[in-house]
Design a protein around this ligand. Sequence first.
Ligand SMILES: Cc1cc2nc3c(=O)[nH]c(=O)nc-3n(C[C@H](O)[C@H](O)[C@H](O)COP(=O)(O)OP(=O)(O)OC[C@H]3O[C@@H](n4cnc5c(N)ncnc54)[C@H](O)[C@@H]3O)c2cc1C
Length: 376
Amino acid sequence: MRKKIAIIGSGIAGLTLANLLKKNPNFDFLLFEKEDFLNLEEGYGIQLSINSISILNKIGFDQLNENEKYCPAKLDFYSINYEKICDLDLSIFNTPEKKYTTLRRSILISFLKKNLSTSSITFGKKVKNVDHKENKINIFFTDGTTESADYLVVSDGIFSETKSIIEKKTFKPIFLGALAIRTEIQNTNISHLNDNNISLMMGSNAHLVLYPINQKKELNLVCIIRRDIEYPDSIKEILENTILKTNKNLINFFKGNLKSWPIYVSSKPIKSIHKNVFYIGDSFYTFSPTLAQGASQAIESANEISELINKEYSDISGQYFKHRKYKTSLISKRSKFNYFAFHISNPILKILRNFFLKNLVKNKSFIQSYIGKIYR
Ligand SMILES: Cc1cc2nc3c(=O)[nH]c(=O)nc-3n(C[C@H](O)[C@H](O)[C@H](O)COP(=O)(O)OP(=O)(O)OC[C@H]3O[C@@H](n4cnc5c(N)ncnc54)[C@H](O)[C@@H]3O)c2cc1C
């Protein structure tokens, strides 16, 4: 009999899983999304490393219009004053089929949505309760409807209410003590930087990441600033009191529409109390954004679950959790270290950091171990 899989949340993780499951005729899947439509907000850029590109290629990402994406070859490190420190060659991990890619989140979501039938996503659905009878999961929604499934995959993002409902325990992400400020700029405004590459500018308690998101070289800028307040009154004031104090010219980056939000991270990943319930993407673990692995890990976790379900593995839950926990811990440690290193304010420590950075980016075995293990 065909197995039924219910997926809660149609973000990057949920949609990727649906696309992967669609390839197997032994499975029926249904996606339940709390919003009334998919959020195709323009602008928001996303970086995808080769670990996720190889998975997306299985569902036709290599056919996506070349104009809609960009493949930066290098990551350039700068001080906040535009002084170039060194660069990391990202292309060493590329193959002709899979390359480090940047694009708009909306393009990725549209691509993931394109091959799914309209009836496979039900909008306006939120889980109220679940119960477990024999090998089935019964899902009760807030609108009074119910659904039964063999497997329940939760991909409802960072604040995963569904996880708290299922595990009967409150899970709250932790405020990192930092804000993200995002905007989009034109390449004419960045004469000090190389618009072919990803630029990472490191300042005291703040860093900026800038990268092209398509062949037109529209640029996505994200600025991460340490701040204790989750919802400050004025973003402009924060910029003036931090990075703009060191480099007034950066004001040119922030003339467009600014969006800001507090950054949260997970405390630790959990395995469900139910053997046929799995968490993927940010609902499994939300990383700090300093290794740009959130979306790639959402895709990777969707692929792991899809493969284990396909193989009808006897202990999917145990197998999935073991591998995901290992990968999560690896990325989380590196993300935390990057967060510290990108924000150093002590001048002597800055000199030391830059000295080590210049040497380490050229050290192939270090790069293979620090980044290669993650991109595998
Ligand atoms: C500043 C910043 C920069 C980032 N940059 C990058 C980057 O460059 N590269 C990268 O890889 N990642 C990046 N990320 C992270 C990345 O965006 C996320 O990790 C990724 O989107 C997670 O995907 P997801 O599907 O798990 O969750 P989401 O994309 O959040 O999707 C969750 C979905 O579930 C729905 N939902 C929520 N609650 C419910 C509910 N109760 N019931 C039903 N549906 C529900 C939501 O509406 C949504 O559609 C960044 C994050 C930040 C904060």
